[in-house]
Ligand binder design. Sequence first.
Ligand SMILES: [Zn+2]
Length: 387
Amino acid sequence: MTLNLRYDQGRVRKYHYFLLLSLIQKYKRISRSQLAKLTKMSNTGVGKIVRNLIADELVIEVGQTGGEVGRRATLLEINPTGSFIIGVELDINGIQIAIVTLTGDVIRKKQFPFAADQEPYMLLDQLGQEIEALLKQMDSNINKKIIAIGISIPGLITWPDGRALRVPQFHWENIDIKGYLEKKLDFIIYVDNHVRTVLLAESLYGSMKDYNDSVCIYIGSGVGGAAMLNGEMLRGHRNTLGEIGHMIVDPNGAMCDCGRLGCLQTFVCSSELEKQAQLPIQEIFAAFNRKEDWAKRLINRAQSYLGLAISNVICIYNPEAVLIAGPMIQEFPSLVQDIETEVNKYIWAPLNHSFHIVYPEIGRDSGVIGASALVLNEFLRFSNDEV
Ligand SMILES: [Zn+2]
């Protein structure tokens, strides 16, 4: 895999260069001697590479700290304006495009509506034009520092070739998003399922920063999941790892939109609850908050199955933290009010209380920031590929 870096390619594609960059990203502020200690490199070796990182404007020197034996050491930090990433969120409620810094800040954003009846490649044409128009408005200084484009989309996406095999919400099948857009735009493009981008964004910039072993459970109009072990995103053979919404939890349960009975999402996600109650989700939760029996039964059952699913996921991946995210959680936090108790009710005893339940920190821009995190993550893990 190669990155379309607009730097001196020969120099930047070196293992230690990305290794130090990823450590500076991870520790936020770190000195040269701490880097040398962590990597077991010599101080001179670290000094040389840091000089290159600073010359390439990816790293800056900030403040000083008391070093060991009273010596003061200069601290290094990622240069937020050294490079930029274009983050794109494709969502049924609208398409967002943003220019995002390496520290996860959005500096420019635009959006256009998703037209459900639009032919997929026509929509990608429009997306390409919108990106080009946004770039034209930007200062050329920023323009030339853009390293790649990340796209977040719900559905089954192949990796690394970025083909949308199935996006039920859009009625898309087998759409070559990456290949098509790369021909139109002069950038490398990364495309992945939105749940993975949510977990990546929180891991790089948000509430999951301190956890190397983590899973994400995402609840919206469906249920999805993602897992990272040792800081690496797990994808599985077909990049579908974490699709827990279609785990059958009751073979005699309700019919799922996948054609089978009793998938997890038939108990938990908004569209299924609406189908079963014949009411909009807002009204279901309003009745639940009024403690109406039928709504309590429905939501308590959802909580119970969610607790069961999370405890099973913990059994498989043994994460330190479980990120619970998605529109259902944002809009109806009462769905997960006692989720930890619920999980501990089902979990295998040795794993009792072995995990933290964590909620997202990144707000409404999480889609585009997540898409940019997908690029940054590939950029940083480059050091692993080069070993
Ligand atoms: Zn299903």
